[in-house]
Design a protein around this ligand. Structure first.
Ligand code: GTR
Length: 327
């Protein structure tokens, strides 16, 4: 009798231990839009590796690259709802959900990528992060995305008049549609994956992106003029579902943040290299890079875009001013 009870007890304890460890081991899934070898892809793989190491195998992350788990707006929703735990997102398509994060999508708000990082690593970045957290996304680190410029097949773009009448692909965000409209063009919001075919078949006349994305997607093959407007400098995040993050203990949260920060350091190094390489590569393939002598008319045309944003979000004026006054 005694024996039997003991055996049952031992069995029960063992089963609980098994269940316990199964429940404790976290197996996460992560979304990334970019192809193999892209700085973000390499850095997100590094992030997964570091996370597993720093949590002694307590958290594993399987990365899905190339946008195989869906478009970026869909993936952002998935991470917010908890269908996916992690995503490497551009703040562009997060803006429509979190007004604070939309501030980075105001054209020409940043002077250059270094200015963007000074803001994101300071008070401005804290406010933006808080706005994202309130919508279910916790940013763990910021990645570089360079500056975005216009490209098309017909001619170099030197003034807003050159954009007039053009159909231009933008990411899903009313600020970008407003930006193209103010230049006299027709905005065409569309998923990243559809842009190549749309450029090729003439569904759109042009698009805008940074050097590495222009190169890695092959867009340069079907739109050979790259005009250096550098109108948008948008940070990217390693973002996690807020409930998942808040459910972790302190040690795990620290491990997670460290892993993300270390991956971001790597991403920024790789980014600098890739920007130069991508430019070289597409120019060697025949792309014409066009320096825009005077960007002022583009900047002046954006006044109504700022007004619309501030009318809808009067409480965010101080954040806009904080960014503009950050040296
Ligand atoms: C890239 C960015 C992607 C995606 C893409 C796009 O530069 O890294 O996350 O936003 O642009 O234009 O859709």
């Amino acid at each position: 009798m005694h024996r039997k009870i003991n055996a049952t007890l031992v069995g029960a304890v063992a089963a609980t231990a098994l269940l316990g460890s199964a429940a404790m081991a976290e197996n996460w899934r992560g979304w990334n839009i970019h192809v193999e070898g892209y700085p973000n892809t390499v850095a997100m793989d590094k992030f997964a590796e570091l996370l597993e190491e720093k949590t002694d195998g307590g958290i594993t992350l399987q990365m899905f690259h190339g946008g195989t788990l869906g478009s970026q707006p869909d993936a952002i929703e998935q991470v917010r709802l908890g269908g996916l735990e992690i995503g490497n997102f551009n703040l562009g398509p997060i803006g429509p959900i979190a007004p604070e994060a939309n501030v980075v999508s105001l054209p020409f708000i940043f002077k250059d990528p270094a200015h963007m990082f000074r803001v994101m690593n300071g008070e401005g970045g804290e406010k933006i992060a808080a706005g994202m957290e309130a919508k279910g996304l916790v940013p763990l680190a910021w990645y570089d995305s360079g500056a975005r410029s216009f490209y098309n097949g017909a001619k170099p773009i030197n003034s807003p008049e050159d954009v007039a009448g053009m159909k231009v692909r933008v990411m899903n965000n009313d600020l970008y549609s407003g930006m193209i409209s103010q230049l006299g063009g027709n905005p065409s919001p569309m998923a990243f994956a559809e842009v190549y075919q749309s450029l090729k078949t003439g569904v759109v006349d042009g698009a805008e992106n940074n050097w590495p994305s222009y190169e890695s997607t092959g867009h340069f093959e079907v739109a050979g003029y790259y005009s250096l407007s550098e109108h948008l400098i948008i940070p990217e995040c390693v973002c996690i579902n807020a409930d998942v993050y808040n459910g972790l203990d302190e040690a795990q949260q620290t491990a997670l943040k460290e892993a993300a920060m270390e991956s971001a350091e790597l991403q920024r190094e790789l980014w600098a290299e890739r920007e130069a390489k991508s430019r070289e590569m597409v120019e060697a393939a025949g792309v014409v890079t066009n320096e825009i002598a005077n960007k002022l008319p583009f900047q002046e045309a954006m006044v109504p875009v700022y007004e619309t944003y501030l009318e809808a979000n009067p409480d965010l004026r101080p954040l806009v001013e904080l960014i503009q006054s950050t040296e």
